[in-house]
Design a protein around this ligand. Structure first.
Ligand code: F0G
Length: 452
């Protein structure tokens, strides 16, 4: 079995550190857990202690790379490689030119929420349509460097699509474990097209992840779930690119969806590192929003003061975050504390409404991403977000990832036959159902007049 050590992985300046006991090591076991206490590992850069890289030089280097034609510089992840585990050569990176995602203003949502300086960082515009690509380019690269032929993940859909793509680009095979019937066809079809061995297991995401944890000790497969700390290093660059787009002026709030809690952990890690390196002068508050039916972190913080995980049987139409036993809950709880962020939950109807409002901006996103706008409305009501503050919503997935949800919404059958059916009437003004007509000029003219 290939060895997961920092030296064979080509990591020159980095080490693994246990998030609980702080134990430092050059190697990791197949499940990326601490051999002393069993907690998750993170990647740390002991060489930053003392002098560390110079903030102004870093900003200049990153800006200059935008003019470069080399693949590694055109990647919106590897462009920031000084804050990532090092490669021996640029050609080692498996890249689809991920990152480079736009920061949009949201004028209509700004009016709805009463927060004029409202932005969306749209990670759904990555090569496979989700934020996973930023982490996958790094983790797949180090999987190949470690000599693995197979990579594997459990997924609600986006991780598997991304992993399959990067494995294919890097000449590796990939194994996907997804919950049967609980992921969108768009995501599943991506994994198939990119050539993954795709297993639909009769369980939920949490069951798939549990099985993968056993598999990695039996078979020479490298796990690419966000338990893998290389994934989180890549996902950090979302925050670095965001701050660059804001000319290094930290926003007051960054709001992210919470599922397995890898992304919030990665963004939080990036913010703290950027503050410590002098790239930004203050920390934005990082808030995590969950679907009410998959609210393990909300309950963990409210009912157990963040001391132990309260897992839940997850159920939500936002299938990307249908997760009840989030692996990175401690990392996420830590970044919420470090940045003084909030943790909230939103209902299925609130998610559907927010998704339509983001769609009406001409941007669109998948349901899980829309929890951010729904959550912002709550945080404004609570006074946690003030009207004069700058807020960035992280939209994690593309609108095209879940067309069934969007069609169900506009046709009006998303909540049919459920206890939410009557309450869903609030969504009617946002619905734009398709209109079937005879192919005549009169019929279309009438439709146009009625729509005025
Ligand atoms: N948004 C989308 C679109 C996602 O696909 C996910 C997670 C999340 C938010 C939550 O991010 O897990 O880092 O807290 N999707 C995973 C998957 C679990 O398998 O694709 P998280």
């Amino acid at each position: 079995m290939p060895n997961l050590s920092t030296s064979t992985l080509g990591v020159r300046q980095a080490a693994f550190r246990c998030i609980a006991c702080g134990d430092l090591s050059e190697s990791a076991s197949q499940n990326f857990r601490c051999p002393q206490c069993g907690d998750l590992l993170e990647i740390t850069y002991p060489c930053w202690k003392g002098a560390g890289p110079d903030a102004r030089k870093l900003k200049d280097t990153w800006r200059q790379r935008r003019l470069s034609q080399s693949p590694i510089d055109q990647s919106g992840v590897w462009r920031f490689r000084e804050l990532l585990p090092a490669l021996a050569s640029d050609e080692q990176a498996i890249t689809l030119r991920e990152g480079n995602t736009p920061l949009y203003e949201l004028p209509q949502c700004a009016r709805i929420t009463g927060v004029p300086r409202l932005f969306a960082k749209h990670q759904g515009l990555n090569p496979t349509g989700s934020f996973k690509d930023a982490g996958m380019t790094v983790a797949a690269t180090f999987a190949r460097l470690a000599g693995f032929r197979w990579v594997a993940c459990a997924s609600t859909g986006n991780t598997s699509a991304s992993m399959a793509a990067y494995a294919a680009r890097g000449g590796m095979r990939s194994l996907v474990l997804v919950p049967e019937g609980k992921i969108s066809w768009s995501k599943l079809s991506q994994a198939l097209d990119y050539g993954a061995v795709t297993c639909q297991l009769r369980t939920d995401f949490d069951g798939c992840l549990r099985l993968l944890q056993e598999l990695v000790f039996r078979a020479p497969v490298y796990q690419l779930n966000s338990i893998n700390p290389f994934r989180l290093e890549g996902q950090k660059t979302l925050a670095i690119e965001l701050l660059e787009q804001l000319d290094w002026q930290a926003p007051n709030h960054i709001i992210v969806p919470g599922g397995n809690l890898g992304n919030s952990s990665a963004i939080g890690k990036a913010l703290v590192e950027m503050r410590d390196l002098g790239l930004i002068s203050r920390l934005p508050k990082l808030s995590v929003i969950q679907a009410e039916g998959a609210n393990a972190l909300v309950r963990t913080l409210r009912e157990a003061a963040g001391k132990r995980l309260i897992s839940v049987q997850a159920e939500t139409r936002a299938t990307a975050v249908r997760i009840g036993n989030p692996a990175s809950w401690q990392k996420a709880a830590h970044v919420l504390e470090a940045t003084a962020g909030a943790c909230e939950q939103v209902t299925e109807i609130e998610i559907a409404q927010a998704k339509a409002e983001i769609g009406a901006e001409g941007i669109g996103c998948e349901p899980a991403s829309a929890v951010t706008l729904a959550g912002l409305k709550k945080l404004v009501k609570q006074g946690f977000v003030k009207p004069d503050e700058t807020v960035v919503l992280v939209l994690t997935g593309n609108l095209l990832k879940d067309p069934d949800f969007t069609m169900g919404f506009h046709r009006g059958d998303l909540f049919k036959g459920t206890s939410d059916e009557r309450a869903a009437a609030v969504l009617n003004p946002l619905r734009r159902p398709p209109i079937v007509l005879d192919a005549t000029l009169e019929a279309v003219t009438r439709a146009l007049e009625q729509a005025e």
